[in-house]
Design a protein around this ligand. Structure first.
Ligand code: URA
Length: 237
């Protein structure tokens, strides 16, 4: 929401009056005087007018987990424990997953309570790459590279997958880069080229790689730099 609108709404004043208050340095956002009435603020910003709180900041949670095979990538499930059960944070009930991994997939999992941020991470228009390391039951045929680039039509969703980069690493090993996250997408794509995925591991999201010191089952808060890097367009960026 724009800052002038937030002030107007919470202080029952018109937007012109709110803009004037902002322009005359009466407003602080996260403790910094802000004179731009059109600045974007969200629920994670603390906003003060004349030293009185207009909105207090909610605590933003940005977590990174090394999901092991076997854990369910969900926030609740009637039958099975979920990744959330392993997280020890008083606000964990506010979390959602920024992109699921199948139960038998391991690797980088991101949890947050910032819907706007996770939407950008997952929306195909922002083209955030997700990189998976794959092991298949039979060698990946060379023609799969072009097929992945062309895309596959998925009848159930009535969509064609976006161009994906496939690197055949030799024999049954490959690395695939997607810019979207459809249901069982990697497995379904490999199935189309005659391969069954037997091991699947997510290595990175944007420029954020699964940290080497994060062992399977471990999680921690992201640093600000990691949060920025998740939105960057490539792991090499
Ligand atoms: N594609 C899959 O098939 N499974 C995952 O867990 C992630 C991507």
């Amino acid at each position: 929401m724009k800052l002038d609108r937030l002030i107007a709404k919470h202080r029952q004043m018109g937007r012109t009056a709110a803009l004037r208050a902002i322009a005359t340095s009466r407003v602080r956002v996260n403790n910094v005087v802000t004179t731009d009435g059109h600045a974007e603020v969200d629920r994670f910003c603390a906003v003060m007018l004349d030293e009185e709180p207009v909105q207090s900041a909610e605590r933003g949670l940005y977590l990174i987990m090394h999901k092991p095979v076997g854990w369910l990538s969900a926030t609740k499930d009637a039958q099975h424990p979920t990744v959330l059960d392993w997280i020890d944070d008083p606000d964990k009930h506010t979390l959602h997953l920024a992109g699921r991994l199948d139960r038998n997939t391991s690797g980088l999992l991101i949890l947050t309570n910032d819907g706007a941020w996770s939407k950008r991470l997952m929306a195909s228009d922002f083209k955030v790459p997700k990189v998976y390391h794959v092991e298949t039951d039979v060698p990946v045929p060379p023609e799969a590279v072009e097929a992945f680039q062309r895309g596959f039509y998925f009848h159930t969703e009535d969509i064609t997958t976006l161009p994906a980069k496939l690197d055949i690493l030799g024999g049954c090993l490959a690395r695939v880069t997607l810019h979207e996250g459809r249901y069982h997408q990697v497995k379904r794509m490999f199935h189309r080229v005659g391969c069954r995925v037997i091991v699947l591991h997510r290595e990175s999201v944007g420029a954020l790689c699964l940290p080497e010191d994060l062992k399977p089952g471990e999680w921690r808060s992201m640093s600000e730099a990691e949060r920025q890097s998740a939105l960057a367009s490539s792991a090499a960026a």
